[in-house]
Design a protein around this ligand. Structure first.
Ligand SMILES: [Fe+2]
Length: 474
């Protein structure tokens, strides 16, 4: 989330420059400039296209993020906690069929919009969902960590119901499950904002049933935003950002803080086992929001690639902080109990992605959003790391253009790794409408294959995915 901090600085800079066009309120940067929420839902079918949309792209580029409909106290608002809004661009046969944005149907949003309450259970009063949108088992789900149930959406992005998939289990979920490409099962490590001495390993099968739940003992209520998965193990990131009673009592909207008393460690949990027995590896204090991929080595060691922050949540109560960050390869050695760290790239970057047909398996290509210049973050880039050669190629989206998370889509099911496209929503810091940009993954430095102009400014947000017609109703 250093990227977010860079964007925050960019928002300030551009807001000053464009005071007449971009309302600026010093109360909360995450409500202004490129973060400023939309208040209206749109459906647009006539979309301008530059270039040629690959006809093989049949599906929807979905992306979600916080988009608060109403904020009572802007100064106390935390970026991570805003009402969710999902954006979708539907492509078929070389054409852009439509763009839609829809609020996630929480009780407060539906009430404010005059819509009926969405069916399904709630976990207490928690129903905000804003962090990821995935296709699973032919259905579309919006996800959040640590509290609210997932929300099922229809193919037009309208809320269908709340619930833990097709399970009646009362359990929190995560925004970052990992799907086994061979079985279609989703594997996840889930923490709960109200349970501070354990996290869960949950498996959801292709029929959307929870087929495994294992408790793992932890201390202090660590924030586990993501995990990783190899073919044998779940990789558990137990790092020193933990629940803070003090922050909760003082009214912090997201009561998680850097905790130097919490032992940083990385765990391996057997995917086949039935107990919470974890083999732990020590590591110097640091924080990880997102893993890239992970895989097993022949000698029993495990490799996981991660974006690593020196510290996190040290002082801000509104969003992630500007911390030193690197892309690293961690090895959990078969014959040791300490994580071995290797820096792959020291450029500032976030949102690592890869060809997810290789989830849990050796891979070569990583796609990560980078920030060019720490002092002038008005242009960012896509970094394409070739993990075999160690080379990085890059694509600049242009001055004042900020790409969101970039998603790899293979050319076809049997295509080689990196044979496909890289799709993302690109935000214009000058306040003009956003666009979706399609790059050729084999030629990242080259010009875009196609650009689709959207009818709105899509605020900077969190995660998205390509929902292929073969994986969810189109
Ligand atoms: Fe995330």
């Amino acid at each position: 989330m250093a990227a977010a901090r860079m964007l925050e600085k960019g928002a300030n800079w551009i807001a000053r420059r464009l005071q007449k066009r971009v309302p600026y309120n010093a109360a909360n940067t995450f409500l202004e400039g490129p973060f400023a929420p939309l208040q209206t839902e749109h459906t647009k079918t006539e979309l301008k296209v530059h270039g040629t949309i690959p006809p093989e792209l049949n599906g929807m580029l979905a992306r979600i993020g916080p988009n608060p409909l109403h904020v009572e106290n802007p100064a106390a608002h935390h970026w991570f906690l805003g009402d969710g809004m999902v954006h979708g661009l539907r492509l078929q046969g070389g054409r852009a069929l439509w763009y839609r944005n829809r609020f996630i149907g929480t009780d407060s949003v539906n009430k404010a919009l005059g819509k009926p309450r969405a069916p399904g259970p709630r976990r207490g009063v928690a129903d905000v969902v804003n962090t990821n949108i995935i296709g699973h088992g032919g259905r579309l789900w919006a996800l959040v960590e640590a509290g609210s149930y997932p929300v099922e959406l229809d193919a037009s992005l309208n809320t269908v119901r709340h619930g833990l998939f097709d399970s009646t289990l009362d359990n929190s979920y995560t925004a970052h499950p990992h799907t086994d490409p061979d079985t279609g099962e989703m594997h996840a490590i889930c923490y709960d904002g109200l349970q501070h001495n354990r996290v869960n390993y949950l498996v959801v099968d292709k029929q959307s049933r929870v087929t495994k739940k294992i408790d793992i003992a932890v201390k202090h209520g660590p924030m586990m935003h993501d995990c990783a998965m190899t073919q044998k193990y779940m990789v558990i990131l137990d790092l020193p950002v933990t629940f803070s009673v003090k922050a909760a009592l003082t009214g912090a909207p997201l009561p998680y803080c850097w905790n130097p008393r919490h032992q940083a460690r990385v765990g391996l949990l057997s995917r086949q086992g039935d107990s919470g027995d974890v083999r732990w590896f020590t590591i110097d204090p640091c924080y990880v929001f997102h893993s890239c991929n992970a895989f097993d080595l022949e000698d029993g060691s495990v490799v996981v690639d991660v974006v690593v922050y020196e510290r996190m949540f040290d002082h801000s109560s509104q969003g992630p902080e500007n911390q030193k960050v690197a892309f690293e390869r961690w090895t959990l050695p078969a014959g040791g109990n300490a994580v071995q760290r290797k820096v792959l790239s020291t450029e500032r970057q976030e949102f690592p992605r890869f060809d997810e047909r290789l989830t849990g398996k050796p891979y070569r290509h990583a796609y990560v959003v980078g920030i060019d210049d720490i002092d002038k973050p008005v242009a960012n880039v896509l970094l394409h790391h070739d993990l075999q050669t160690g080379e990085t190629s890059r694509h600049s989206y242009g001055t004042d253009q900020l790409t969101g998370e970039v998603v790899f889509v293979p050319r076809h099911a049997a295509a080689a790794e990196n044979d496909g496209w890289l799709l993302s929503y690109v935000h214009d810091l000058n306040g003009r409408n956003s666009r979706v940009v399609i790059l050729d993954a084999a030629n990242v430095a080259g010009p875009a294959v196609a650009e689709i102009k959207l009818p709105v400014r899509v605020p900077l947000g969190f995660h998205g995915n390509w929902i292929a017609d073969s994986s969810a109703a189109g």
